[in-house]
Each structure stands twice: as structure tokens, then as C-alpha cells.
Design a protein around this ligand. Sequence first.
Ligand code: ZN
Length: 172
Amino acid sequence: MEQKCVFCAIVNKQIPASIIYEDEKVLAFLDINPLTEGHTLVIPKNHAENIFDISEENLKHISIVAQKIANKMKEVMHAEGVNLIQASGQAADQQVSHFHLHIIPRKNTDQLGLHEYWISKIQKAEPDKLSELAEKLRIEKIEEVTKEEDKPKERERSKEEIFWIKRRMQLT
Ligand code: ZN
């Protein structure tokens, strides 16, 4: 436990929270300043600051818990979508220095405007620069994740997906 860490204090039940999931590794609770109703945070119980130092095991576990919570939001709140947002580091606007994954339930009518914000900020990228950067960033294949069951399944894209893919291509 880190001194003065507000999320460690929640883990240790020194600060109350509206907990929706708890096990040995992970805690999920409602954000007290929600962007939409049901906005949830999933955190590891062991203090890790961000994506750079959280254990693989905890990160995997958080992903699984996030999926269950997203499904539950769909089921009981009739969420029509969710955003998963994670900020690592001050430059990325991380406010609490204990890893947390935001799960933000969305409705078609909620007017949160994330996409409008996104569109207002996107830049044009030079194809040559993209190739150069991809070369620099490329990482080795992770054997563990390429098991048969984990391979992405072929599926048809919906009309809406095609619309957004085309729109993105026009914008870049
Ligand atoms: Zn902490």
C-alpha cells in the first residue's frame, strides 16, 4: 500500500466506495464523478502506478473483469456501448497515481461527444512517416496470445462500421 493513495485507501476500506466487484486481485467501484451514469473504475489491489508497471497478470485480470462489467451494464442499464479509457502518466492526464481503467457506459443519446472531440483533434499523417514509425514501434510476436482460440474470427462488417472506416479514410 502506498501512503496517501486514495485508491489504496479504498482497497483497504478506509474510504467507502460503491463496490460492484471484488476478488483477491481486483476491485471495481463506481466513480464519484461520473461522465455518464454507471461510470466505473477497475483497479488492481496491489498498488501499481500505470500501464508501465502493472503486472501482466493483473492487467489480464482487469480486462476480464472489465468485459463482465460491460456486459452487465448492457444487461441491467441497457447500455448501448461502453468506452474503456486508461490514462498512464501525467502527459496522458492521469490524475490518480494508481492504475485504473474507466468503463463508461454509453447510450446513443448521451451526447458525451467523444467522437466530436476526437474529430476536432485528429491530424493528417504522411504515409512515409507512418511506415517509418511503424518500423520503429514494431514488436516481436507474443507466442502466448496466438493460441487457436484467441485468433480473431472473420466476420462481416456492419454498414455503420463501413461508413466510419470510409469517413476516416477521407479524413486522413
Ligand atoms: Zn494505490
